[in-house]
Design a protein. Structure first.
Lengths: 168, 748
């Protein structure tokens, strides 16, 4: 696996539909089901940075919110503070871990691994500050939304809603 | 330090997903494959991977991998083995095979070769051995796949109709029928489907389950398992009623205008009408009001009507199709399939009028007892609406490899005998059509995956004198072996990979075989030496690849192992089809056979609908009112990857999908332990109550291993009924989706 997480994947797919994974909402055969990958939102105003006592989390120039394991003392204040549940505590290491947007790949000009591997090619990566980038165009064209806007975090992850079904 | 240096090797994953073969870039560090990622192609759209491909290193480095050959010491099934050397193992096998051959002939030894996926020489090596020894090749088409080619051969003259039905660049409508590319073969089609949807195609999915793929549909049709032919006929009824059929296409490319004798169901031939005439087909010429030879120019063939010629009553075969579809108005089709009549009518109309329509089919609806008829009905519907895409090869694969040295290794002698895997049961138990007394299993977890597992344990295995299993793990099948041989994972040997079209790739050895594992080519070579056939196996893996490439066919000109080491090689496209009027099909008539006269004796000249064998309202239905199906999961490829830690983390245990109405009636809540059963066996596992499955249908995704259930296994419930028509056409198929069961809370 990319990134070698110790406590579970850093991107988790939630089913939007029934209560259990891979189950739809509605009544057979009028059903709806969608999938929402959840990961670190790389917020513009990260609550995790505000509460971290050791300054182990920092926001890079290009927007990535990164974790320095060397400074983490495993207090888990960030785990509490994150409204998205994006930070995981690892009993194995006694530290926390989270998605780093594959910065080791980005820094080499590659795309994050989830983008490369997504079967439906549903994930796109790019420069939000560039209005001509593919991601900017998709956000504008599809009316993309962010998660929990009321939390005031201004995430860097946008979701394009599924197209309305065109019934026969 | 050299151990810290990471190297990268480009290879390809053959998995079991046929033409999906993904390019793999393997990262090696300290002799271990530490990571894989999808490898590049000249065209980036081919760069992809799936959950299973990503988990490849976990298989290769699994702690439970078989490390050395084993010989059984306990009773079969106990799993008690002792370690032996390869010499001992292969000497034993050669001796036992020889002994059985003395008493039953070499035909009595069956090579049960499962799915090599896109791999070739690993499979070919065993075929070559089977051919030289003149033993029996047990084909595993019948392991769930055979009904589709049975139907497709009759209709289109090819095993593989996919490109005929799909692949239109900008379809207005895409119908996904019996296929779930979001989770299983053909996975690469999911991107095509999403691209089409993005560009504006309307997507309709037909499936008894609301799958991941169905979740992307604009319209979902929840069909009762085994009734797809009735759905197709219902749609044809609407098309004909509204006169929306593509008559030009039917006249030019099908047997529709050919006259059929109503007295004996055969096509009318010229000699029936003119003494001393030829065997040419005849049509009714509207200009001259007479029967004329079909290939005559300046005739206007009738597609409908009833005529008499030379005292014989005849009808165009298209007329017979119309009469068949008459019996399936939307209301009738709705009653049979469970899909609302209005929806059937709307889809039929849309399919006839939309330009073009892509139909993505796969095996889902053909794994029923009459699956070949379902294939023919769906294919006929596509045909009469003019939605068959002409291809240069009319469905046949354009890349031609040199299989002769593997299928018929010594042209001066006969080659292997052939049986289908579903026919193996009788051959072993009762010696019909001839006795099989020993089997060699490769690329298949037979006991876990094939039908009627209790029968295999109680009747098939005990009737076999000798069982050899080659595998990566001690599977349920391996536990019944007399000798178990440890094979290499794909990261440990080289092979030719036939895909993704239009590419060929080299599966290039990444690390040396671990432990004492050997590649299939090596195993076959070493066994061949003991059988006096060493001279036929003196070329090694790369030698076999070059031999396979040496077909002399323009499609593979200039492609060799050395070239493939540099990266995927583009095969050469065949010459263009020319105009659409030039399609020919490899059928007896050279046309699409919507009417197949050779099946008249079975009452199946037309693609009729039959109620499913068990999964219907018949006798079994009363004691066992639920229909059991086995969809395919994205977390496994059959039973491969069932023991992979990261995938089990995401998908920990088998569950049975059951609709809330069926669950409530039985006092079953979500998460309860339940037992499903019929006369053949029982399975106990947890229930998953979901709206995402048709009421009356229950599903356990196939491939979970016996030990992962509380009791039994997925195939304890399935039957081994042989469809004699499929047997006559090609090979009979295992009908995993045509099974009647009941379910209760466990312990009741």
């Amino acid at each position: 696996m990319e990134n070698s997480p110790t406590v579970g994947p850093w991107i988790r797919v939630e089913t939007v539909g029934g209560e259990r994974k891979d189950t739809p909402a509605g009544h057979y055969p009028n059903l709806r089901m969608a999938f929402l990958p959840r990961l670190c939102m790389h917020c513009t105003h990260p609550p995790c940075i505000e509460v971290c006592p050791t300054e182990a989390i920092w926001k890079r120039e290009d927007g990535l919110v990164l974790l320095d394991e060397g400074k983490c003392d495993g207090c888990q204040a960030c785990v509490e503070a994150c409204p998205y549940g994006a930070i995981l505590y690892s009993p194995k290491t006694g530290l926390v871990e989270k998605c780093d947007l594959c910065c080791h790949r980005i820094d080499l000009g590659l795309e994050p691994f989830c983008v490369v591997c997504c079967e439906g090619q549903a994930i796109h990566f790019g420069d939000l500050d560039d209005p001509t980038s593919q991601v900017s165009k998709l956000i504008a064209a599809k009316g993309a939304f962010t998660l929990m806007p009321e939390a005031g975090t201004t995430p860097s992850i946008y979701y394009c809603p599924p197209r309305e079904p065109r019934r026969l | 330090m050299t151990r810290d240096v990471e190297t990268k090797v480009r290879t390809a994953c053959p998995a079991h997903c046929g033409r999906d073969a993904c390019g793999i870039l393997a990262h090696v560090k300290g002799g271990q494959v530490v990571k894989v990622e999808p490898a590049d192609f000249p065209d980036p759209k081919y760069r992809r991977i799936c959950l299973r491909g990503l988990a490849s290193p976990e298989i290769t480095h699994h702690s439970e991998r078989l490390r050395y050959p084993l010989r059984r010491v306990g009773k079969r099934g106990e799993g008690k083995f002792e370690r032996i050397s390869w010499n001992k193992a292969l000497d034993t096998i050669a001796a036992r095979f020889g002994d059985i051959a003395d008493r039953y002939g070499w035909r009595g030894i069956g090579w049960v070769l499962g799915g090599p996926g896109s791999g070739t020489t690993k499979f070919g090596a065993y075929l070559r051995l089977a051919s030289l020894t003149r033993s029996t090749r047990v084909s595993t088409w019948g392991y769930g796949d055979a009904a589709l080619p049975c139907g497709s051969r009759i209709l289109f003259g090819t095993n593989s109709p996919y490109e005929l039905l799909t692949g239109w660049p900008d379809p207005e409508l895409v119908i996904v029928w019996g296929s779930n590319p979001g989770e299983t073969f053909p996975l690469a089609r999911m991107r095509q489907l999403m691209d089409a949807k993005e560009k504006g195609s309307q997507v309709v999915v037909i499936d008894p389950r609301f799958t991941v793929t169905a979740a992307k549909a604009d319209e979902y049709l929840g069909v009762r398992p085994g009734t797809d032919a009735a759905l197709a006929l219902g749609m044809m009824h609407v098309v004909f009623q509204k006169g929306l059929q593509d008559e030009d296409f039917i006249r030019r490319h099908t047997v529709g205008p050919f006259l059929v004798r109503t007295d004996n169901g055969a096509f009318l031939r010229e000699k029936d009408v003119h003494p001393g005439g030829s065997s040419d087909y005849m049509v009714w010429d509207n200009f001259s009001s007479s029967a004329r030879v079909a290939s005559t120019s300046e005739v206007k063939p009738a597609l409908t009507g009833s005529y008499r010629t030379n005292g014989i009553e005849v009808k165009p075969s298209f007329q017979l199709l119309i009469e068949l579809a008459e019996a399936y108005p939307p209301e009738k089709a709705a009653e049979v399939t469970g899909i609302p009549a209005e929806l059937i009518a709307k889809l039929a109309q849309k399919m006839a009028l939309a330009q073009p329509v892509s139909i993505m089919i796969d095996m889902g609806f053909t794994r029923t007892y009459y699956g070949d008829l379902a294939m023919r009905a769906v294919g006929t519907l596509a045909t009469v609406t003019g939605n068959i895409r002409s291809t240069p090869a009319s469905g046949h694969r354009p890349v031609v490899l040199n299989w002769a040295p593997f299928l018929h290794a010594d042209p001066s002698k006969p080659s292997f005998s052939r049986l289908g895997v579903l026919q193996l049961y009788d051959a072993v138990i009762s010696g019909k059509p001839f006795p099989i007394k020993a089997v060699w299993f490769a690329f298949i977890n037979f006991l876990n995956q094939c039908v009627n597992s209790n029968k295999i344990i109680s009747e098939v295995f005990p009737s076999l004198e000798f069982i050899v299993v080659t595998d990566l793990f001690l599977t349920p099948t391996a536990r019944y072996a007399d000798i178990v041989l440890p094979v290499c994972s794909y990261l440990e040997f080289s092979d030719l990979i036939t895909g993704p079209y239009p590419f060929l790739q080299l599966q290039q050895k990444v690390i040396e075989p671990l432990y004492e594992s050997k590649s299939d080519v090596t195993i076959a070579t070493e066994l061949a030496q003991r059988l006096g056939l060493g001279d036929y196996f003196n070329m090694g893996e790369e030698g076999f690849v070059d031999r396979l490439l040496a077909s002399g066919h323009p499609s593979v000109e200039g492609i060799t192992v050395e070239k493939l080491k540099q990266g995927p090689a583009l095969t050469h496209p065949p010459e263009s089809a020319g105009s659409a009027s030039e399609i020919t099909f490899s059928t007896p008539s050279g046309k699409i056979e919507i009417y197949a006269e050779e099946l008249h004796k079975f009452g199946q000249a037309l693609p009729i609908y039959h109620e499913p064998l068990e999964a219907g309202a018949g006798a079994a239905g009363r004691n066992y009112p639920l229909t059991y199906i086995q969809g395919h999961s994205r977390f496994r490829t059959h039973s491969m990857f069932a023991n992979t830690a990261t995938l089990l983390e995401l998908n920990p245990e088998p569950v049975i999908d059951i609709h809330p109405a069926d669950a409530e009636r039985r006092g079953i809540s979500d998460g309860d332990l339940v037992t499903i059963f019929n006369d053949r066996g029982r399975v106990t596992l947890k229930a998953k109550v979901t709206e995402g499955i048709r009421p009356g249908v229950v599903n356990i995704t196939e491939g979970w291993l016996f030990e992962q259930f509380r009791e039994g296994g997925g195939n304890a419930l399935t039957h081994d009924a042989v469809n004699p028509v499929q047997e006559a056409i090609f090979e009979p198929n295992m009908a995993m989706n045509d099974v009647a069961v009941e379910i209760v809370k466990a312990g009741e």
